[in-house]
Ligand binder design. Structure first.
Ligand SMILES: [Zn+2]
Length: 310
C-alpha cells in the first residue's frame, strides 16, 4: 500500500483506488456498497483526505491539518445519524457544489445514500448527470436495493464484503491487547470490523447484545406470546435494536446448528427437531429480507415469532 489507510481489510479495493489515483483515472462519482459496519464510509473519508492533500496524506500540510480538525472547506461529510436526507438538504448541497472551491477540488462524502427518499434522489441525480466543476461524490450504501438504478449507473461501483474473522482478531489484539471478550465479539461482529471496534470500546453495547441473546434463549425455550409481541412493539419503533435482535437470533441459531453438527445434540432438542431449527433460520433470513424491502415490519416479526411457539 502506498498510503496509510488505517482501515481493516479490503485490500483489493484499496489497491484499485490507489491505482486510479496513480493513473489519474479518478471519476466524479463513486458508490461503495456492502454490509453495514465493514468500513465503506471510513474508506470513503480516507479517499477524500488522500485526494485533498497535495502530498498524498502527509499529515503535515495545511490541508492535512484542516482535515484532522474536521474543518477542511472542500470536504463535505454527511454521516448517517439515523436521519433522512431531505430534498431541501439536497438543494443546499447542490448550491454548495456550485460555489467555487478554495482548493483543488470539492469532495462530498455521503454515508448511506438511500437515506434520500426517491424524490430527493431524483433531484440529486441531476447533479450527478452534470457534475459542477471539480466535484467528486463519494457515496456509500448499505441497502443498495433502495438506491435508484439511474444513480447506480452514473457512479463507479465498488463492492465491499465482510472481513475474515482472523483479520479482525489480529487487529483487535494489536489495538486493544488480549481480552477475554474478543472471541465473543468476533462472533457477534460476523465480519464487520466497525461493530467489533464499537463493542470493544463500548461495554454497554456488548451488554445489550448479551441481554438480547439471553432473551432469545428464553423465547425459544418457553411459550410466551404476550412477551414476544411486546418485544415486537419495541422493535417496531427502534431500527437499531431490530438489527441487534436479528444478529443475536441468527448467532443463536447458528450456534445450535453448530453444536448439533459437532456433537449430535443441542439444547433446544426437547422442543425443536433439527429440521425445525433450520426452518427457523430460513424464516429469520426471510423476515429480515422482507423488512429490508419495506414489508409491514410488525406483521413480519409477529409471524416469525409465532413460529417459535409450540
Ligand atoms: Zn498533507
Amino acid at each position: 500500500m502506498k498510503h496509510k489507510w488505517d482501515t481493516i481489510g479490503h485490500l483489493k479495493q484499496l489497491v484499485r483506488i490507489e491505482k486510479e489515483i496513480e493513473d489519474k483515472t479518478i471519476t466524479h462519482a463513486y458508490l461503495f456498497s456492502g454490509p453495514k459496519n465493514v468500513g465503506k464510509f471510513r474508506i470513503a473519508r480516507m479517499f477524500a483526505n488522500i485526494l485533498q492533500c497535495p502530498n498524498n496524506l502527509c499529515h503535515k500540510c495545511r490541508d492535512c491539518k484542516l482535515i484532522q480538525s474536521g474543518s477542511h472547506p472542500d470536504i463535505i461529510v454527511m454521516p448517517d445519524k439515523g436521519d433522512t436526507i431531505t430534498i431541501d438538504q439536497v438543494r443546499d448541497l447542490i448550491h454548495k457544489t456550485n460555489l467555487t472551491s478554495q482548493g483543488k477540488r470539492r469532495i462530498i462524502v455521503i454515508e448511506n445514500i438511500e437515506r434520500m427518499p426517491i424524490e430527493a434522489q431524483n433531484s440529486f441525480l441531476k447533479t450527478l448527470e452534470e457534475p459542477p466543476g471539480d466535484t467528486i461524490f463519494l457515496l456509500t450504501s448499505t441497502r443498495i436495493n433502495q438506491v435508484l438504478p439511474t444513480i447506480k449507473s452514473r457512479t463507479r461501483r465498488y463492492f465491499f464484503y465482510n472481513i475474515e474473522d482472523d483479520v479482525i482478531r489480529k487487529y483487535l489484539i494489536e489495538k486493544f491487547g488480549e481480552s477475554s471478550d474478543i472471541e465473543e465479539i468476533i462472533q457477534i461482529a460476523q465480519g464487520r470490523p466497525g461493530l467489533a471496534i464499537q463493542l470493544m470500546n463500548q461495554p454497554v453495547v456488548l451488554t445489550d447484545q448479551r441481554n438480547v441473546y439471553n432473551q432469545i434463549d428464553f423465547f425459544l425455550k418457553k411459550n410466551d406470546i404476550v412477551r414476544k409481541f411486546m418485544l415486537v412493539e419495541e422493535l417496531d419503533k427502534n431500527a437499531e435494536q431490530l438489527e441487534v435482535f436479528f444478529d443475536a437470533f441468527s448467532r443463536y441459531l447458528r450456534k445450535q446448528l453448530y453444536v448439533y453438527l459437532s456433537q449430535g445434540d443441542h439444547s433446544l432438542k426437547s422442543r425443536y427437531s433439527l429440521k425445525e431449527i433450520v426452518e427457523l433460520f430460513e424464516s429469520l433470513e426471510k423476515t429480515r429480507y422482507l423488512i429490508d424491502r419495506n414489508t409491514n415490519k410488525k406483521l413480519a416479526l409477529e409471524n416469525f415469532l409465532l413460529q417459535t411457539e409450540k
